[in-house]
Design a protein around this ligand. Sequence first.
Ligand SMILES: O=C(O)CCC(=O)C(=O)O
Ligand SMILES: [Mn+2]
Length: 330
Amino acid sequence: MATNKHRVTTPLAGNRVEFIMVGTIRVSLNLKNFSLPFSTKRNSDTAKPKPASSFRVNQFDIFFNGKRYAPQEKNKEICIEGEKERMILRPGMVLLKKFLTHDEQGWLNAQGRDSNSNSYLSRRVEIVKICRELGLGPGGFYRPSYENGAKLRLHMMCLGLDWDPQTGKYGNKRLVDGSNPPSIPERFRKLVVKAIQEAQYLIRKECRVSYAERILPSMSPDICIVNFYNNYGRLGLHKDRDETPESIQKGLPVVSFSIGDSAEFIYGDHRDVDKAENAVLDSGDVVIFGGVSRLIFHGVSSIIPNSAPKKLLQDIMLSPGRLNLTFRQY
Ligand SMILES: O=C(O)CCC(=O)C(=O)O
Ligand SMILES: [Mn+2]
């Protein structure tokens, strides 16, 4: 069964039953060693695999072209320095509410112009704009499948290294079309480092310890998975465990940015939705889990429609849904 994104257990395991019609009779064919065309791992000896580069993925634009209903007033973004909430959710797991200021979530207005021209652009991180641009180019957004052919309920793009949901492996080329993943923009990497430092500061303060680094280690991200969930998007409970054993053993954290509509994020010690804890991740929130929480189960049970901040939607044409960037050190 395809139960999660990062570990896919054996659904078809190389076999597929297919039906063909012979006159009015339906005949089932058990196709031994059937492999999905984009899986290089399981190509049978007899079938001549098509080179990955001859496959194309459908381009996916996270900007919205249609008519949008006016965002509700209640979704107005409040982003006042000092009102930011920071929470330790469990040892090694921290939630930084509104860590990404509005400007850092996207600074272009709908016409593609800087929404505040005499602003301190150097401090701004154009996450949405950059993701959109990268997402339309080679190695950009696509709708990945599990090994059994079922589609993930999101669009994905990898930065730094490609991560393949079918093999659970990282590599330099995307198997599905042979493209190279774009690099992680330096601005993103700086923000990740800053977020970890804030989380460590919180741990030091709240837990009155001087060794926050041991509870939540620092890391330098070299991989990033960018997910775009529409209103029906979700991601089952899973662990992020495809990074190197050293990275995982050291508890180097996963750092996850949320932009756009809010999500019900679930997490816990078991792959059991009923036992999982729940946190709503709003636009601008950053969640970090490392140290003893590095291998927690986590997932997204739902996206809350129409919950994105009004200001964000006024300034950029992000499609209804949620953009998520998850950084790790390989
Ligand atoms: O969207 C999220 O908040 C989680 C994403 C995630 O867990 C992943 O990409 O591995
Ligand atoms: Mn994950």
